[in-house]
Design a protein around this ligand. Structure first.
Ligand code: FES
Ligand SMILES: [Fe+2]
Length: 445
């Protein structure tokens, strides 16, 4: 019997190699992506290797302080200039290990052994021999890059998202945890799971005692955000009166003694906001530039198509989704990066970035890797990590006809429609212009 769902997303988009190739050509190669944080490339000659799908990309700090972006590809015979996966390196110039060609930080070819054995017309043509570049811009303390010379400037791409993120002063924060999970699933399977709160009541039910999973969603052009109210029980939680231990901990963390707190469970969120507001002139946290709801709630921004920022006033988590270097559409990298501002004089040990197999592989100790981590974040992350490969496996069955989406999951339909438009050949600017910027709809204070 035919069903009535004509909105369905084709499940083969989660495993088809053809679809993955179309996504690479029309989406990944055309939009802006989040690269390394600027603090990861502090000194002249410092390089950060960042992979995106099949591309290895070099971000280098140059003598004038700017950051250059070069494909990690020797122009001679294609060898990788710097071996290795994601992470820092140092290169005062780029010397290829294969035959010794040397390139400067401007990408120019500076030295060729036995130069006289080549056609000088070719060697002296920078179009033939300079390292291929890609565009790099800075925003919120991060480098951003696009592989498309025709893409709109970053600020235009971010649109109304930019000013909303600026309120969080993200450039002041420092990386305190950075780990990468390799999952046996499509990148969208993980992206989808982190794009909605409908699953909190089933998968993350511990949250219900202190957080509301019923999260308003606002579409901002091709991007979007969702607000999770924290400091009040979910409407699904039976006890709306008693200040349970999780709510007491939130009071304590904002400087209120739970023992003397006179309010009910539903009063905690407002009390937390008021406490933080009273501290705004004497804190490293960006309370002064945040609205009341942002003092208690998590603002979860989706930057099309590969980044989520889950922003709390005291720290944030950047989640970055990357297709796998090997090209298998059923593998992906998920970067989990926690950043927090440090008070004057405060320091943390340098983070160590590590890559772990996720999915069904045990990740208990991986969750504790950060120089600073958060037990609740770890628990929730662990639940999501355990989930995504099961979703991929189920979607792979002939029994699965495609998702049936609620209004709480409309961000998924929204970004998939943008991908579709790009694959069908529409200009990115046209799609951006056609997507409405909805009025902000935050929960009340
Ligand atoms: S491949 Fe790089 S010098 Fe030959
Ligand atoms: Fe989740």
């Amino acid at each position: 019997m035919p069903d009535t769902n004509d909105q369905r997303i084709d499940p083969s988009w989660y495993w088809s190699r053809e679809r993955a190739a179309e996504e690479w050509d029309h989406v990944w190669a055309r939009v802006w992506h989040m690269g390394p944080r600027e603090e990861e490339i502090p000194e002249t000659g410092d390089v950060f290797i960042h992979t995106l799908g099949r591309e290895s990309l070099l971000f280098v700090r140059r003598a004038d302080g700017s950051i250059g972006g070069f494909f990690n590809v020797c122009r001679h015979r294609g060898n990788r200039l710097l071996p290795g996966g994601d992470g820092p390196a140092f290169a005062p110039r780029f010397t290829c290990a294969f035959h010794g060609w040397v390139f400067g930080h401007d990408g120019a070819l500076e030295h060729v052994p036995y130069r006289e054995r080549f056609d000088e017309r070719i060697l002296s043509d920078p179009a033939c021999t300079s390292l291929r570049t890609f565009r790099v811009e800075s925003f919120a303390g991060w480098t951003w890059f696009t592989l498309d010379d025709e893409a709109p400037p970053l600020r235009e791409f971010l649109g109304p998202l930019a000013e909303r993120l600026e309120a969080y002063r993200m450039e002041r924060a420092t990386i305190v945890d950075y780990k990468t999970f390799e999952f046996a699933c499509n990148w969208k399977t993980t992206f989808d799971a982190f794009s909605e709160s409908y699953h909190f009541q089933a998968l993350h039910s511990d949250i219900l005692s202190w957080g509301n999973e019923d999260a308003p969603i606002t579409l901002l052009g091709i991007h979007s955000y969702m607000v999770n109210e924290y400091g009040r029980p979910s409407r699904l939680y039976a006890d709306q009166e008693g200040v349970n231990p999780a709510l007491a901990a939130l009071l304590q963390a904002s400087g209120i003694d739970p023992a003397t707190f006179k309010g009910k469970a539903t009063d905690v969120r407002r009390a937390v906001q008021q406490a933080k507001r009273s501290q705004q002139d004497d804190t490293v946290f960006p309370y002064a530039t945040l609205a009341d709801s942002q003092l208690s709630d998590a603002y979860h921004y989706m930057l099309f198509p590969s980044v989520h920022f889950n922003l709390f006033p005291e720290f944030y988590v950047a989640m970055r989704y990357r297709p796998h270097p090997g090209g298998d559409p059923e593998r992906m990298y998920f970067d989990f990066i926690m950043c927090a501002p440090l008070a004057p004089g405060e320091s943390v040990a340098p983070y160590t970035h590590r890559v772990a197999r996720g999915g069904e592989a045990p990740v208990g100790d991986v969750l504790e890797w950060g120089v600073r981590n958060h037990p609740v974040v770890n628990q929730v992350l662990g639940e999501d990590i355990d989930l995504v490969e099961h979703v991929q496996a189920g979607m792979r069955s002939t029994a699965f006809a495609g998702p049936i989406l609620s209004s709480d999951e409309r961000r998924i339909a929204h970004y998939v429609a943008t991908i579709d438009g790009l694959i069908l050949g529409r200009a990115l600017r046209d799609i951006m212009a056609a997507n409405p910027v909805e009025a902000d709809n935050p929960p009340g204070a």
